[in-house]
Design a binder for this molecule. Sequence first.
Ligand SMILES: C[S@@+](CC[C@H](N)C(=O)[O-])C[C@H]1O[C@@H](n2cnc3c(N)ncnc32)[C@H](O)[C@@H]1O
Length: 335
Amino acid sequence: MIGLILSFDPKFDYCLDQELTELGLPTRSLQTLWPGVAFLPVADPAVQRLLLHETPVFLRHMFPVQYKAELTQDPVTQCSDFVASVLANLAPQTSVAVQSRVISGLPVETRAVKTAMDDIIRSMGHVPTIKHPSHIVSLVFTDDGVYAGFSTPADNLTDWSGGAVHYSQSGGMLSRAGHKLEEAIEVFRIDLGGLRLALDLGAAPGGFTRHLLSRGFSVTAVDTAEMDDSLRNHPQVVIYRDNAFGLDFRPGAFDIITCDISWDALRTARFLARLAPALVPGGILIMTVKFMGASPLKTIRAASHILGESYTLVKARQLWHNREEATLYLTRKDG
Ligand SMILES: C[S@@+](CC[C@H](N)C(=O)[O-])C[C@H]1O[C@@H](n2cnc3c(N)ncnc32)[C@H](O)[C@@H]1O
């Protein structure tokens, strides 16, 4: 490895910078290639392991770079030897995805790159794949040259190119709202097996609720605003059109709470800390922390501290579907 390509929301680059500095990484050598894409020249694999174990909230995706060169010939030809060499050691019929990004005015067609690399993958007895590959070839083309890497999806934090999670856009606004929850479940690798009862706070118009229903949950949905028509008489949905902060629920009533309330994050965290007994021990809380003009890292840390009384924070990330917010995944502490 000669470095890492890091992807993040350029609006929050200063937050990622702070987090990397706190981890003791040499942020002064970070080279911005494009807004939201940077190269960290580090050869020590311990840095990659550190970022996998203590992933900064504002890091969306990364890949280890093993080959970096100025473009001296046709980009496809230039990458071919690298790709052939990394594929040579794989077991036959391994599924491999090619993720390429052109972040400059270079006359390189990502589609042409992918087609050429897929041909190499096939010719070497492997299977070009888009979804859930076992390995990923990552290529980034800039004015400076090409950065190429070979890794597993787990090494990259997600198996989506640059962390840009694209779900099917059919189904309109409700589906789009639900994608935020879908992404959290996927990126945090949350196991929902055996869970049945969900409380969805700040539920309207109903994207989260609909996604929970699609996963077999019965949902109690709370919002001061109206839920979508399609959910109002749904047999698996109970709706409270009410202020969530005034409600209470019996102990152990839910396996999972999702909270997307657009309100002050610290007040919401205090409410959720009080509400913890409504979850079964070990139950799951997925919460969006809205920044609302406040300092993002400070807000996330203050909310996590408040929630820490009653929950264990498993992961916190500013996901692809998050705007001015981050998503937290917590579990209820026992007792
Ligand atoms: C981002 S929207 C939620 C979107 C929803 N998760 C979905 O998937 O469709 C935020 C919601 O929080 C609700 N909200 C804000 N304050 C609330 C409160 N005190 N009690 C209940 N709902 C609240 C708003 O009415 C709004 O519908």
